[in-house]
Design a protein around this ligand. Structure first.
Ligand code: NDP
Length: 453
């Protein structure tokens, strides 16, 4: 066997891959990273980052109305989609450059192109074969569209970020993160928006109060929510518009855009995994042990590809853990997946950490539930009727706060702090003894006194 050219060869330059490569290099390893599409992966290019710009953009719709309540005359606001997209693209290009610089400055060899495993220690990329002691595969995921007639007329999040113009009418299909975020974006930017979800209520994994509250708020803001509804086929008509045929009732919806947000599949295409002992699970995710090692000892995998928790900060933590495990074993600690906070950037936002009320009951906890719903102070001088929800799920026996859920402005910002408290094992008594910051929405979390059940 020839001497390996690299200690670590990373396939995929998304959040987790870049983090692992940079830190492995900083620990003294010789590292290469191959990326076939865009540095920064889904998050930077067609995910979290551009999505948040669009969410900010969509919120202006209401901000103009709020401004009027505060005495500002804003005339009649107009929105120009190409300007938002061009500005977003410029910022993303800047971030791509920063990612490249971070890698290069850390001493990582960056290869632009597809990488394929030839054997457990050999990767073909950039027209060359590279030997590596360790290989890390982190190619992420790709939107998945149901096999229905006319699916080629639909778009996914990949295309939505680059549409030439804002569709006048949109049908969003799905009931997960991406569906509610994009329904909020399209609706906020002025498109007539229908959201179809195949089940009785969207956001299946979230707390029931959160799901119901968001449903009411989206409806109030004008999203035409249709539950127990799904698309059977899509027909493109002569004038370029689309006709979505629905399952069950056989109805149709005329629209200009059908957007599928029906989940993501792991991206294992043409990686050469068949040349190794790497195994996939029934959903196609790469199987790893608790230390991210695949069935092939030289190959590790992380992020959306292993399908544990599909969130950027989790992939970052996994990348960091792998770099430590391989090159700083004395600093390595197994990753703790408990109490991962998350936000959904719907309008209004959701922020959540810990157990839902239903999950806690299912686990046998006896509970005290604290809930508050109120109109945010900022809106009281306006005609806007949006309401905020805050909820704590508390173990009645130990007083531990098991879950913290919010729907409202800046929910992600507020719940990040709550996650620290929950991680530290805070009890409701600690919450009660914490002095609030007045006047804020966040103070509500420390002034909830009467259990609603
Ligand atoms: P999700 O898994 O969250 O949701 C997929 C949705 O599509 C579900 O409502 C599912 O229904 C529905 N669905 C799946 N298959 C079909 C089908 N054949 N027909 C109709 N509906 C279908 O996926 P997303 O695509 O929204 O997002 C992928 C992941 O990316 C998220 O799980 C999340 O981890 C991450 N993400 C995180 C964000 C954040 O942190 N803010 C933002 C965006 C994405 P059902 O519920 O019935 O299964």
């Amino acid at each position: 066997m020839t001497e390996p050219s690299f200690d670590l060869f990373v396939i995929g330059g998304g959040s987790g891959g870049v983090r692992a490569a940079r830190f492995a290099a900083s620990f003294g390893a010789k590292v290469a990273l191959a990326e076939s599409r865009y540095l920064g992966g889904t998050c930077v290019n067609v995910g979290c980052v551009p999505k948040k710009f669009l969410v900010y953009g969509a919120h202006y719709h209401e901000d103009f109305e709020t401004a009027a309540g505060y005495g500002w005359s804003v005339g009649s606001p107009g929105f120009d989609w190409p300007t938002l997209i061009a500005n977003k693209n410029r910022e993303i290009a800047r971030l791509n450059g920063i990612y490249r610089k971070l890698l290069v400055d850390s001493g990582v060899t960056v290869i632009d192109g597809h990488a394929r495993l030839v054997d457990p220690h050999t990767v073909e990329a950039g027209g060359q074969r590279h030997r590596a002691k360790h290989v890390l595969v982190c190619t992420g995921g790709w939107p998945q569209v149901p096999e229905i007639p006319g699916k080629e007329h639909a778009i996914t999040s990949n295309e939505a970020f680059f549409l030439e113009r804002l569709p006048r009418r949109v049908v969003v299909v799905g009931g997960g993160y991406i569906a509610v975020e994009f329904a909020s974006i399209f609706n906020g930017l002025g498109a007539q928006t229908v959201q179809l979800y195949r089940g009785p209520l969207f956001l299946k994994e979230f707390d029931q109060s959160v799901r119901e509250h968001l449903r009411d708020e989206l409806q109030r803001k004008g999203v035409d929510l249709r539950f127990d509804s799904d698309i059977a086929s899509i027909e493109k008509r002569g004038d370029g518009t689309l006709l979505a045929h629905l399952k069950n009732d056989g109805g149709t919806i005329e629209t200009d855009c059908v957007f599928f947000a029906t989940g993501r599949r792991p991206l294992t295409d043409d990686l050469g995994l068949e040349n190794t002992r790497v195994e996939l699970d029934e959903r196609g995710h790469v199987k790893v042990d608790a230390h991210f090692q695949t069935a092939e000892p030289s190959i590790h995998a992380l992020g959306d590809l292993i399908g544990r928790v599909q969130l950027t900060p989790v992939a970052l933590a996994e990348g960091m853990a792998i770099a430590r495990r391989l090159f700083r074993p004395d600093e390595y600690r197994k990753l703790d997946y408990e109490l991962i906070p998350t936000a959904v950037f719907s309008l209004p936002n959701i922020g959540t950490v810990g157990m839902t009320e239903a999950a806690a009951r299912k686990k046998g906890h006896e509970l005290r539930i604290f809930e508050s719903r109120f109109r945010p102070m900022k809106l009281t001088l306006t005609g806007l009727q949006e309401r905020t929800l805050m909820k704590l799920v508390v173990d009645a026996r130990t007083d531990r706060v098991l879950g913290c859920h919010m729907v409202g402005p800046d929910a992600g910002e507020i719940v990040q702090g709550m996650a620290v408290a929950l991680k530290a094992g805070a009890t409701k008594r600690i919450f009660d003894e914490t002095i609030g910051i007045h006047p804020t929405a966040a103070e509500e979390f420390v002034t909830l006194r009467t259990a609603v059940r």
